[in-house]
Design a protein. Structure first.
Length: 592
């Protein structure tokens, strides 16, 4: 039997999601710990998670999993503050090294400033945000991907879709008839989850059900002025190009028409309708900004944006119906018999409908907009609006791409020496889904408790934790599985430090297992795979990051022990790191 035991714990920051100046909290954020630091030592507290030896990523480690591997982990943390398995990595035959001879992550080669995934540093996905509610039914799926990592598919398919639901009425969230939400659902502050969310026995929400810290807010839409109105515009078959801004009442594509977008094009229209396999494609370096006041319809295998790996290239704004000097348009209720029950006039927004295996890749917003995806159609991107329906074997693939800009210092030569890549490898990780279980609490998959390590200062003034027998959970949690030690676990430390510009601060990680370190959400150490007898080592110097003198920064250390024999782990740094108190968490235990 599974028993949940609430305990008060210390040492972990829970993930905080930030968008448009609003903070959404999955679990309660911690407050700074009162930590006493002596000149000789300090302590760090993290979470250790125990796994059964039958887990896919721990059960049988293939020979190709040994050695130093890199490139399988996304360069920035996912929106829930955890690493994301992206795949496409390789072994490392000879390490990349810095000018002092220290091994470094390949992606840090001659790189002096890191990706900054913090809110406000570029466009950030709107995830799937609705003012009222969402319905997913009839064998339909909501899942996730990260367009910063490429197109949806393969390893870039995740279970961290984020749904932000503002509705407080009964059944605002309905998942039914063999449908799945592979991700997390956050509801309005103070809402009753038992009332708001309904999932039938054939369906599932795989992630966390939580509560937003504040109600969801929607960005303000700034209207463009694309020029004079050309009225109705129709493309029937053939290929066509739009290379300048366009304003129209109605834009229609049919009979397999293909329209190419060339350059940075703005289109404003009341309706856009595509049918009979029509397509809107973007030429290289092109973008499309589309303002629609009434209706956007894709049907019969039509596609808008043929590149689902770049939904950010298409921005769609569903805007209120405002027609200068033409009030009778607002009262036109008979143009489409399917709209007879539509009440979008009351909401000031419009409708987007995808049906009969059509596809749309875009970031869409409009606080009163409705989105319906049906008949095997697929949506790739993010949406913020009033209501969403996904039905009849349809899919919503939520883009998790964080706004990320690189401060480009121009050509940089830090004296690094390039290494040599080995063969492609997945580091013995079976999928993004199995890796997603490593650093989160999942009943029936893992069990967790907190563990504290002590870093001691040596004669050189450097703090170090070093263990050739790092087995912190022997004979507890899920037990040793018949082994001499409880070998199969992960360990996560979430800490802060103060950056000192002239201190040449660094962190060294050495061990047998996988290790990933993130600084302010950006990957700094990428040490996948299982080491041989002596283990493996990687450094990161904090001078490579865009930090200001005196700035408090965040460092997250993720470690996995997957070896059945050796358990070597070492941290070495000239910084004082500080973990924090957290709110109550839950430790899961099994009993007969």
């Amino acid at each position: 039997m599974l028993t949940a035991v609430p305990v008060i714990t210390t040492g972990v920051n829970r993930p905080v999601l930030v968008a448009w100046g609003v903070v959404w909290v999955l679990l309660a954020a911690g407050s700074a710990a009162a930590q006493e630091v002596s000149p000789q030592r300090y302590q760090l507290t993290g979470v250790v998670r125990d796994f059964s030896s039958s887990h896919a990523d721990f059960a049988s480690i293939e020979a190709s999993s040994f050695g130093v591997h890199a490139g399988n982990i996304a360069l920035i943390l996912g929106p829930d503050g955890r690493p994301v398995f992206a795949g496409g990595g390789s072994g490392v035959w000879f390490p990349w090294i810095d000018s002092a001879g220290h091994p470094i992550a390949p992606h840090m080669f001659n790189f002096s400033c890191s990706l900054d995934p913090s809110p406000g540093s570029g466009r950030t996905s709107l995830f799937l945000t609705v003012r009222e509610g969402i319905e997913v039914k009839d064998f339909s799926v909501v899942d996730s991907f990260d367009s910063n990592l490429g197109p949806y598919g393969g390893a870039n398919v995740g279970t961290d879709a984020l749904l932000l639901i503002g509705g407080t009425k009964k059944d605002s969230v309905k998942i039914k008839k063999h449908s799945t939400v592979n991700g997390h659902v956050l509801i309005a502050p103070g809402a009753d989850a038992g009332k708001v969310i309904r999932v039938d026995g054939s369906s599932n929400i795989t992630g966390t059900i939580g509560e937003m810290d504040q109600p969801a807010e929607f960005p303000v839409i700034e209207m463009a002025d694309p020029g004079p109105n050309v009225g109705e515009l129709e493309y029937e078959g053939g290929e066509h190009t739009i290379s300048s801004n366009l304003r129209c009442d109605e834009l229609e594509l049919e009979d397999g028409a293909i329209v190419w977008i060339d350059g940075e094009v703005v289109i404003q229209c009341d309706t856009l309708e595509m049918e009979d396999g029509a397509e809107i494609r973007l030429l290289p370096d092109a973008t499309l900004t589309l303002f629609v006041s009434k209706e956007l319809k894709l049907k019969e295998h039509s596609k808008l944006n043929m590149d689902p790996g770049n939904p950010q290239l298409v921005s769609i704004y569903m805007t209120p119906r405002v027609h200068e000097g033409d009030a009778e348009d607002d009262d036109d209720e008979g143009d489409d018999e399917n709209d007879k029950n539509d009440d979008d006039d009351d909401h000031g927004g419009g409708k987007i409908e995808l049906k009969k295996q059509s596809q749309l890749a875009a970031w869409v917003q409009g606080d009163s907009a409705e989105l319906k995806i049906k008949d095997g159609s697929e949506f790739f991107g993010s949406f913020a609006g009033r209501q969403v329906k996904v039905e009849k074997r349809a899919s919503f693939h939520v883009d998790l791409a964080a706004g990320a800009e690189t401060t480009d210092p121009g050509p940089v030569d830090l004296g690094d020496v390039a290494g040599i890549w080995g063969l492609p490898t997945d580091s013995g990780i079976h999928s993004a889904g199995t890796f997603d279980e490593w650093f989160r609490d999942i009943p029936g998959v893992n069990m967790s408790q907190h563990h504290t390590i002590t870093l001691t200062q040596d004669a050189a003034g450097v703090y170090e934790f070093q263990s050739s027998d790092f087995n912190p959970i022997d004979n507890v949690l899920m037990g040793n599985d018949g082994e001499a030690h409880n070998y199969f676990f992960t360990y996560e430390i979430d800490a802060t430090f103060t950056y000192e510009q002239d201190a040449r601060q660094y962190l060294l990680v050495h061990g047998i297992g996988d290790a990933y370190v993130f600084v302010n959400g950006a990957l700094a150490i990428d040490l996948g795979g299982l080491g041989y007898n002596g283990g493996k080592t990687q450094y990161v110097f904090l001078d490579r990051f865009c930090l200001e003198d005196g700035q408090t920064a965040r460092i997250q250390i993720f470690h996995a022990q997957r070896s059945r024999s050796l358990a070597i782990w070492r941290l070495r740094t000239n910084m004082v790191l500080s973990t924090q108190d957290s709110a109550a968490t839950t430790i899961l235990t099994f009993s007969d």
